[in-house]
Design a protein around this ligand. Sequence first.
Ligand code: UD1
Ligand code: MG
Length: 466
Amino acid sequence: MMETPVTVVILAAGLGTRMMSRKAKVLHRAGGQTLVEHVVDTALELTAPERVFVVVGHQAEAVRQAVAGRGVGFIEQKEQKGTGHALMVSRDALAHLDGFLVVFYGDGPLMQSATLRRLVEAEMAGGGAGVLLAAEMDDPTGYGRVIRDAEGRVKEVVEQKSGTPDQLAIREANMGIYCYRADLFWKHVDEIVPDNPAKEYYLTDMVGILTRAGHRMDALRMDDPAEALGINDRAELAVVDRILRERKVRELMLSGVTIEKPETVTIDKHVRIGMDTVIEPFTQILGASTIGENCRVGACSIVRDSEIEDDVEIFPFTIVNTSHVERGVNCGPFARLRMENYVEAGAHIGNFVELKKTRLGAGAKANHLAYLGDSQIGAKTNIGAGTITCNYDGFHKHQTQIGEGAFIGSNSTLVAPLEIGAGAYVAAGSVITDPVPADALALGRARQSLKEGWAAKRRALGKKKS
Ligand code: UD1
Ligand code: MG
């Protein structure tokens, strides 16, 4: 947080026509969250939530919803008459806030708070009316150009549409990100007029307005203009997504996580992963997931909104969704923890096992081909291959409770609601519909009958006929 009060205004009222979407541009996602969430998070690294404001217009309610809970304020710009207009409609709500005013855009999620902080520091050190962020670009087409006077001081910004050929030959581009002295900004903001080919109120006009009023404006040069990249279409969205993913995996690798073929993995912004964990290629770790230390997440696995404790091994092609996995668990390959499961320490979940709303006790095993839904399974219980909990009767879901140390034989069909006591055995191939007390054996299948010599007789009969 900065010591001098800083107010941040994020412009996010535009539709973003080139996205070719029914959804406002800032609601599109990159790096695992919406663009507006990224920029609000960046602003919150700089200043307090009561000093962050988002200018909303198109789909205002949906944009508010996307960042609700972060405690920031909103200003409604009902008609989008330009970037300057967005600030003009903000004046009544913001002009009483002293200190500095930082303005940036909702469609630029790569902007980092360190750069904004440098901008504020440059303004504090320079003591002028404001500082704009600029970059020398090989091809500045589309950007506003920074016009300097004979002494090299910033004089004004000229938009692409209004520039003379001489002005458009200038390669110093305006990134559209500013830090102003709040009092001077609000004093002069109403002087912006829409006298340009687009008939818009340009925020860029503030630069000339302030210098003509006798104030100094400065420009802070960025080394890498990529950080100010704004998204206009879905191809640019993909580029920005890739950059955000690269940043995230790099940050994780530098904090002690091994990521194999990092260019193939997708890890969302808020994911946390502990030291010495290995992430194999083509995995996705999404949402609010945390993974402990010394784990392995196998190739092509997907972990979403889940907590995985230390020393967990997830084998390839496993899906873990909204579940909690305690330490030392083995899981997969090809397992699916569908939703809201809790797997206790040291349990084993093998291939083609699906869990839904199930608590699997410590050291319990379901090693192959099972469906366990709406069930509580005691510690050290063994679930045989092919076990199915029949939790749905066509109308309602029902619970299955299995005590500690039970043994469920292969291919058992457990018809819920059902209770199986601790230490009980269920014979392989049983259909169990009634409660099984602790330590009992339940058999629910046809008794085997045997016909000695039947097969030999059958073959002899066949030979005679031919
Ligand atoms: C702006 C700058 C340009 C700079 C460029 C950098 C102006 C006039 N020009 O141009 O000098 O080089 O950024 O990317 O500022 N918005 C509103 N309300 C409006 C209009 C826009 O909230 O009435 C929002 C948009 O949703 C968008 C942002 O402001 O997120 C930028 O607007 P845009 O029209 O894209 O400005 P640029 O043409 O990029
Ligand atoms: Mg733009």
